[in-house]
Design a protein around this ligand. Structure first.
Ligand SMILES: C[S@@+](CC[C@H](N)C(=O)[O-])C[C@H]1O[C@@H](n2cnc3c(N)ncnc32)[C@H](O)[C@@H]1O
Length: 302
């Protein structure tokens, strides 16, 4: 699914939503492709699996706004939009150097590049190249930072990682030309809410168990009070006439009495869909479980 369209995510990202796309499609308004003056907004864009898909699937989307709190990720979107050819050259150089090394030397090379990346005193385009390089060569394509905000994922052991994917980067760059790219807290996107707007929200999921927590995309984390703040945000944009779809975890997988989201979103529609969790330290726990799609779009059959 991830590679169905010319432009697809240029990084692997925890919580990537490629597998939920068909379920999201079922929740979208039936007449979406006929709507005019549409604005698409994604406040937690991450790797952008849904963003890249929806912009190509619905070319009538006139304008899009993407946002994420991760500064390095957002800077990379900007570089892909504005300086893609130089980015490709830097990535090709990294790819040639890395692939020519034997495994132990690759680890040393990776650690050296990680250190340069964490110092952040290089030109934006080179920093974006390192961001993509580290994502392609680190363990599981994770992005995790320590308390100081430093990327600290260890080296992965992929034999032949695709570091410079020129065709995809050019396709992403073309698509990004009509996109406004923001970095900050999700709340600042509420100003784009109006009756011609549609939001897809994919926040860090509420962890189902203490050990399944994966909320360190940034040093700030995302706890229950953040989930409640997001619930209020959805009410606010809905009042302004915007449509929204949010995905989140389903606490009922663990405790059938847990009504956290059912209460928080009681005025909206909640659909339970099946998904496979990708980020879990314990490989045996990567089975299918249910996830939530919460929305205010009522024109579909359940
Ligand atoms: C589940 S991921 C999104 C995954 C994405 N849909 C994909 O397909 O790759 C959640 C994203 O929210 C971002 N984030 C965390 N807290 C945030 C906040 N307060 N405001 C905006 N973005 C935030 C993280 O940096 C992360 O990229």
């Amino acid at each position: 699914m991830e590679n169905c369209c010319p432009a697809h995510p240029f990084v692997k990202w925890a919580g990537g939503k490629a597998q939920l796309i068909e379920e999201i499609r079922k929740v979208l308004p039936l007449d979406l492709e006929k709507r005019k003056h549409l604005t698409y907004i994604e406040p937690f864009v991450g790797g952008g699996a849904v963003f890249f898909w929806i912009l190509q699937e619905y070319p009538n989307i006139e304008r899009a706004i993407i946002n994420d709190i991760n500064q390095e990720l957002v800077d990379t979107y900007h570089v892909i939009k504005n300086d893609v050819e130089n980015l490709i050259l830097s990535l090709q150089e990294l790819q040639q150097e890395y692939i020519s090394l034997a495994l132990p030397e690759r680890t040393a090379y990776f650690l050296e590049k990680r250190q340069i990346f964490n110092k952040k005193n290089i030109h934006n385009t080179n920093l974006a190249a390192l961001f993509i390089f580290l994502n392609r060569t680190c363990f599981n394509g994770l992005y995790r930072v320590n308390a100081k905000g430093e990327f600290n994922v260890p080296h992965g052991k992929y034999r032949n990682p695709k570091i410079a994917d020129e065709n995809n980067l050019r396709a992403c760059s073309q698509l990004l030309q009509k996109v406004e790219i923001l970095c900050g807290d999700f709340e600042r996107t509420s100003r784009y809410a109006d009756p011609n707007s549609i939001f897809y929200l994919d926040p860090p999921y509420k962890p189902l168990t203490a050990t399944s927590a994966f909320t360190s995309y940034t040093k700030h984390g995302f706890d229950d009070s953040e989930q409640i703040r997001l619930g209020r945000f959805c009410q606010k944009i809905a009042r302004k006439g915007a449509l929204f779809i949010e995905s989140n975890s389903d606490p009922k997988n663990i405790n059938s009495q847990d009504t956290f989201f059912d209460s928080l979103y009681e005025t909206f529609l909640i659909r339970r869909v099946s998904a496979t969790r990708m980020i879990n330290a314990n490989a045996s726990k990567r089975g299918a479980i249910s996830e939530l799609l919460i929305s205010n779009i009522a024109n579909r059959q359940p």
